[in-house]
Design a protein around this ligand. Structure first.
Ligand code: HEC
Length: 128
């Protein structure tokens, strides 16, 4: 009996660990893409202070600013990333990435963006 409970607990622990790492991998993948393709303009830490954007007429937002970023829906973030700034009425200096990345990669980037917001993003607690 005790043996069964122990192995059940072990199983539960293992399965929750694997769920966690799956989530972390997606965000990790998103982070890699962000660091590679986005930081030139959005800055190393996403603060909107990348070298390339310094002379732009419209500066990128601070992606670590939860007060701003948490108001933006997943759909908006997905759209601006895949279709570019001009498609959503923003600066055309924000390129469209829809032909470079697949949907999963863009979802991973959005998942990563959600992890750097301060105050933290709450899926159900924020306006959508
Ligand atoms: C060539 C410079 C450049 C690159 C590279 C770039 N962006 Fe942007 N991005 C911008 C600018 C400029 C804006 C601001 C547009 C506005 O406010 O009108 C912007 C806006 C955004 C926004 C809307 C929030 C905000 O900052 O205003 C998101 C989200 C975003 N970019 C994500 C990304 C992601 C993800 C990548 C990498 C895959 C990326 N960007 C690469 C220049 C860039």
């Amino acid at each position: 009996m005790i043996h069964r409970i122990v192995s059940l607990l072990g199983f539960l622990a293992l399965s929750s660990i694997s769920i966690d790492t799956a989530g972390a991998q997606n965000r990790g993948e998103g982070r890699k893409l962000y660091v590679t393709y986005c930081t030139a303009c959005h800055g190393e830490k996403g603060k909107g202070d990348g070298m390339a954007a310094q002379s732009f007429p419209v500066k990128p937002a601070d992606h670590t600013n939860g007060a701003v970023m948490n108001q933006l829906s997943d759909k908006f973030l997905t759209d601006v990333i895949s279709k570019g700034g001009s498609a959503v009425g923003k600066s055309s200096f924000m390129p469209a990435w829809g032909s470079s990345f697949n949907e999963r990669q863009i979802r991973d980037i959005v998942a990563y963006l959600r992890t750097i917001a301060d105050p933290p993003y709450k899926r159900d607690g924020n306006k959508r």
